[in-house]
Design a protein around this ligand. Structure first.
Ligand code: SAH
Ligand code: SF4
Length: 385
């Protein structure tokens, strides 16, 4: 593990030239890959081989596809690439957390984090550049949405993490360090459902990256009409950013609550597959001093969640410059946790990780946006604007 992560590692590779119009094979569904390859004159069975090379072996060079004839490999390399997002920086925290700033071909950027724990590592993946929602405690919410990420950009984030840990070919379930994916980076995954779904299906495919749906958690701010689709089409673990127990408070913290209030949100959760028995839904609850952290709030949380098979993640608020909130005190957070636990609902306090590299919830990508603003104003100042 690295010592102090003073300066980010600069490992930028040059982007391929603008005139290079070869298509990236990463991010195509199995069917799309088959169609794409057959349209290029390859036999349909090649899709299975190429899939395994890309997602099981993690190779990026067609030349290494040893079960594919040389002529076919040359043809593939003429038309296609196997490409990850470009790594602008990789930072390593003293606590083992790693964070990558990634750049996509159009110049947009997003961050991905891996949070290692004793027996697993959760890769926190972004679904959008910025976010259209404006949760008042979230730094991402103050950034303008630039766009949805495409399936290759979403899968590519996990592939970059695997490259960094050398976890190719796909390791066994028991030995892998990168064992989980949490869709908790920038953006609202259910406002980019199709791309997120394509990406997660790729990640879950057993002949490739092979992460089981039990190892994947999708976090939503509460886009109620989409929750049933997550259950029916992906059946991954669901996390819901609840953060308040009354509509009055939640309206201010998570403004999308005005559209889909708490009662509707909890009804959608109750209908989620497995929610009432084996599988627990995680409710995220950010601890904001004097806003949502009273004993009465904790008791109301228990009342609301008791009918569900729920778990609560208490997240100490990660402040950012200009944030209109403060984090609740440690004593308050622990008292709140005690009440919820005593009410029969597990409520661990999430220890902030990667604080030294700004890798915590709601902090992703913010510094680079600020840097860029500085640069723009520097340029304007220099031009006498
Ligand atoms: N948009 C989705 C997923 C990304 S946010 C969602 O809102 O669920 C992942 C988690 O981080 C959410 O629970 C979010 O509310 C929380 N979060 C955002 N900003 C935070 C901050 N400054 N401090 C602590 N948690 C924050
Ligand atoms: Fe978007 Fe989630 Fe941040 Fe809300 S908390 S602004 S939904 S990323």
């Amino acid at each position: 593990m690295a010592t102090l992560p003073t300066e980010p590692l600069q490992i930028t590779e040059p982007l391929r030239g603008r005139n290079d119009t070869r298509r990236n094979l990463v991010g195509l569904s199995r069917d799309e890959l088959k169609t794409t390859l057959t349209e290029a004159g390859l036999e349909p069975f090649r899709a299975r081989q190429v899939w395994q090379w890309i997602y099981w072996h993690g190779i990026t060079d067609f030349g290494l596809m040893t079960n594919v004839a040389k002529k076919t490999r040359d043809r593939l390399a003429e038309l296609f690439v196997i490409e990850r997002p470009q790594i602008v920086t990789e930072q390593r925290s003293v606590d083992g957390t790693r964070k990558w700033l990634l750049r996509f071909p159009d110049g947009n950027e997003a961050e991905t984090v891996n949070i290692p724990e004793d027996d697993r590592g959760s890769v926190c993946v972004s679904s959008q550049v910025g976010c259209t929602l404006t949760c008042s405690f979230c730094h991402t919410g103050t950034q303008a949405l630039v766009r949805n990420l495409t399936p290759d950009e979403i899968v590519g984030q996990f592939m970059v993490a695997r490259d960094s840990y050398g976890e190719w070919p796909t390791p066994t379930e028991t030995t892998r360090m990168l064992s989980n994916i949490v869709m908790m980076g920038m953006g609202e995954p259910l406002y980019n459902f199709d791309n997120v779904a394509t990406a997660l299906r790729i990640v879950m495919d057993e002949q490739g990256i092979a992460l089981s749906r039990r190892r994947i958690t999708l976090s939503t701010s509460g886009i109620v009409p989409m929750i049933a689709r997550v259950g029916a089409e992906l059946d991954v673990n669901l996390a819901v950013s609840l953060h308040a127990v009354s509509d009055e408070v939640r309206d201010t913290l998570v403004p999308v609550n005005r559209k889909w209030p708490i009662a509707e949100l909890l009804a959608a959760c109750a209908a989620y597959p497995g929610a009432r028995n084996s599988r627990r839904i995680t409710f995220e609850y950010v601890m904001l001093k004097g806003v949502n952290d009273s004993d009465a709030d904790a008791r109301e949380l228990v009342r609301l969640l008791t009918p569900l098979h729920a778990k609560v993640n208490l997240i100490p608020f990660n402040a950012w410059p200009g944030a209109p909130y403060e984090c609740s005190s440690n004593n308050r957070i622990h008292r709140f946790a005690e009440i919820v636990n005593a009410g029969g609902i597990s409520a661990p306090v999430r220890t902030p990780r990667g604080r030294d590299i700004l890798a915590a919830c709601g902090q992703l990508k913010s510094t680079s946006l600020r840097d860029r603003r500085t640069k723009v104003s520097d340029v304007e100042a220099a031009a006498g604007a």
